[in-house]
Design a protein around this ligand. Structure first.
Ligand SMILES: [Zn+2]
Ligand SMILES: [Zn+2]
Length: 344
């Protein structure tokens, strides 16, 4: 089968023909119908620091949906033909966090497409003990493949304790930023200010469709001044750029006591004045991951139509042309790239 594989450190990925995986008695085999390219996959492709722990070679991909085609003897509750998506992380069950029921913070769990082979391939093996979710009939496999980033955003909004009926700023129109716009819109935020650059033109256009009220091009206008001019300072800023300069900018956009929620994955140190945290009691809160309940809510939000990420899916690329997908995401032509099987 074709697979998108990280074979060596530094930039790039390779498209390889690899053997179709075999399952053990507690595994299921899923035929991947849609696998979505994540910002972290892009970082790995670009060779950004922070992913040295990957055991190379490894098949990438952790956002996916597909159909169950084989089931191990000891697996219960799933049937051939089920449409599923899954939490790509699997806690170890042994470490101090796992033992107190906080598997989301596990120190050594398995992570699909990072610590082991993932879903950028025609087939992926899932351990039946993990969080595997059946997809409601009215949710497309492509949209379901976005459950993972959607769950990250839902968790971020949960942790922020955001309450609707007020303006909010989202920094960055990548997939996480675009999903944040939708989740915040559904939570009653308004107006929503979204920042981006000239290269983000297409993503910013999609953002408008998804509910962003005010778009700020940071190359044309100072983003802090723009926020103050449009709405005044805000109580919540959601950072989804991974660019270190946005930390100080985000803080400057906040009212005293406001929260800067950091969702972006940063490779560089950020410079900011801690007085903002002290005298102005602002906080910088990092959010990462999700729990089983976040996933269930993601699927219901997709099923009720409260969240419809369809406009974000700008490209469908077969696994065999994987590199093309990474290039489209790298130059920001794409909002969300979905890898699909060859026959489509
Ligand atoms: Zn992801
Ligand atoms: Zn653990």
């Amino acid at each position: 089968m074709k697979a998108i594989v990280k074979t060596k450190t530094g930039p790039g990925v390779e498209i390889l023909d690899v053997a179709k995986p075999e399952i053990r008695e507690a595994d299921i085999l899923v035929k991947v119908q849609a696998a979505s390219l994540c910002g972290s996959d892009l970082h790995i492709y670009e060779g950004t620091p922070g992913y040295e722990y990957l055991p190379l070679p490894v098949i990438l991909g952790h956002e996916f949906a597909g159909e169950v085609v084989e089931i191990g003897r000891r697996v219960q509750g799933l049937a051939i033909g089920d449409r599923v998506t899954a939490n790509p992380t699997m806690p170890c069950g042994q470490c101090d966090w796992c033992k107190v029921g906080k598997g989301g913070r596990c120190r050594s769990g398995f992570s699909l497409g990072l610590t082991g082979n993932g879903a950028f391939a025609e087939y992926v093996v899932l351990k039946a003990g993990g969080d595997i979710f059946k997809i409601p009939d009215n949710v497309s496999l492509e949209c379901a493949s976005l459950c993972e980033p959607l769950s990250i955003v839902l968790n971020g909004v949960d942790v922020s304790q955001f309450q609707g009926g007020q303006p909010v700023v989202v920094l960055g129109p990548g997939p996480i930023g675009l999903l944040a716009v939708q989740v915040l819109k559904a939570s009653g935020a308004g107006p929503i200010i979204l920042t981006g650059t000239t290269a983000d033109a297409r993503r910013l256009e999609i953002a408008r469709q998804l509910g962003a009220d005010i778009i700020v091009n940071v190359q044309e206008e100072d983003p802090v001044k723009a926020v103050i001019r449009h709405t005044g300072r805000v109580n919540f800023v959601f950072e989804a750029t991974g660019i270190s300069a946005t930390i100080a900018q985000g803080l400057a956009m906040l009212n005293p006591g406001g929260k800067l929620m950091v969702i972006g994955i940063h490779a560089e140190d950020a410079v900011f004045n801690p007085l903002d945290l002290v005298r102005k009691r602002k906080s910088i809160i990092g959010v990462y991951g999700y729990n089983q309940n976040t996933w269930k809510r993601s699927l219901s939000l997709l099923s009720t139509g409260a969240i419809n990420p369809e406009p974000m899916i700008t490209h469908r690329i077969p696994f065999s042309k994987g590199e093309e997908g990474f290039m489209l995401a790298h130059d920001k032509t794409a909002a969300k790239v979905i890898f699909v099987p060859e026959e489509q």
